[in-house]
Design a protein around this ligand. Structure first.
Ligand code: FMN
Length: 185
């Protein structure tokens, strides 16, 4: 597909829309390989991914819903359920992590930006492959070192929920780009 057609077709597709079809490991590897080609200042390649399948998705859902109940003074039933169910509803969840350069040769935002570009590569590949996906960034990601035992300087930036889906996601709009651009001579 032409890249100019693909980009506006990319949508956030959420776990309640996913069906039961699993994603082949070879397809996950293709998506991850595309992520690895993101641009990277000083070639730090800061993106790190944890691929959760099978029971690990259930454990993630339990961890998130338990942590939410422990840390929120007024936890809402609907959110407890959502945190528990979203990983299980997904064929695969990829935790999006960023490894800070040990020598801090560049500001952290550049490593977050490079990781986000890796995620965009994954998201576009998913679109091309008919896989629904979206980046979720709950406040609970600050506790993910308790779940994954992250390396020194490694930070979780969210979860990339993935699954096949049956119904086309609703069309979305964007404000005119002309309102966000200033041309200079
Ligand atoms: C860094 C980042 C974090 C996001 N976190 C969330 C989130 O926590 N919850 C959510 O519903 N959507 C999240 N999204 C997805 C947006 O909701 C979605 O991209 C937006 O609604 C625009 O829709 P579209 O992606 O279909 O164009 C996130 C997107 C980005 C780029």
């Amino acid at each position: 597909m032409d890249i100019f057609e693909l980009i506006p077709k990319r949508r956030a597709v959420f776990p309640p829309q996913f069906n039961d079809r699993p994603i082949a490991k070879t397809d996950l590897e293709k998506v991850l390989e595309a992520a690895n080609w993101a641009p990277t200042h000083r070639r730090t390649e800061p993106w790190r991914f944890k691929v959760l399948q099978g029971d690990s998705k259930t454990r993630l859902g339990e961890f998130l819903s338990t942590k939410y109940q422990e840390t929120d003074p007024r936890p809402k039933q609907i959110k407890i359920k959502k945190l528990q169910e979203n990983p299980q509803r997904s064929a695969t969840v990829i935790a999006i992590c960023m490894q800070r350069d040990p020598q801090e040769r560049l500001p952290e935002w550049e490593e977050v930006a490079a990781t986000a570009m890796a995620v965009q590569n994954m998201w576009l590949c998913c679109t091309a492959m008919g896989i629904g996906s979206y980046w979720s960034s709950p406040g609970l990601i600050r506790y993910m070192d308790e779940f994954f035992a992250l390396n020194e300087g490694e930070r979780c930036l969210g979860f990339f929920y993935m699954g096949y889906y049956d119904e086309e996601p609703p069309l979305v709009e964007r404000g005119a780009v002309s309102e966000k651009v200033r041309w200079l001579d």
